[in-house]
Write a protein that binds this ligand. Structure first.
Ligand SMILES: [Zn+2]
Length: 157
């Protein structure tokens, strides 16, 4: 039995939502940023003054290097944080939908317009086939399988 347009759209929506979650890992990014920040702080405000405080040591190059590396570490930390914001980590899949989920009762419904595009089975030479388009509603509650699709543009085939 061929999948219905609704099934295709729900499938696409679920995989889209998965890639949203996989593509972004705020905790890992912030941890890395914290490590760089700590490294920069350590080099600039601890190691560099320590070396500078040692008299009669011709360590001008070393302290300059520490300064540069420390600033670079700070810059990396800043870039990581900025990058995680640009990637828009707090955006979840879809737009919030008012109302409660009919399955779990939580107000966790989100909807998004989904355009299905894929290779037709057995006809790769035909190129990417534009499939159906519609609005898919998914529930964000973990373990809740509520999913509906409303096809706005049925597949042409
Ligand atoms: Zn639900």
């Amino acid at each position: 039995m061929p999948a219905t347009d609704e099934d295709l759209l729900i499938e696409d929506a679920v995989s889209q939502r998965k890639s949203h979650k996989r593509g972004y890992n705020l905790l890992a990014t912030l941890t890395l940023a914290a490590v760089f920040g700590a490294l920069g702080w350590f080099l600039l405000f601890w190691l560099r003054p320590l070396i500078k405080s040692i008299p009669l040591l011709p360590l001008g190059t070393v302290t300059t290097t520490l300064l540069v590396v420390g600033i670079a570490a700070f810059a990396a930390a800043g870039l990581l944080i900025a990058g995680s914001i640009v990637v828009n980590p707090w955006s979840k899949w879809g737009d919030r939908l008012p109302g409660a989920c009919p399955l779990c009762g939580q107000r966790n419904l989100r909807h998004e317009t989904v355009q299905h595009a894929g290779w037709e089975d057995g006809h790769p030479e035909a190129g990417i086939k534009k499939g159906p388009r519609g609005i898919v509603t998914l529930c964000e509650t973990p373990g809740c399988a509520y999913a509906t699709a409303k096809v706005t543009h049925p597949s042409t085939s």
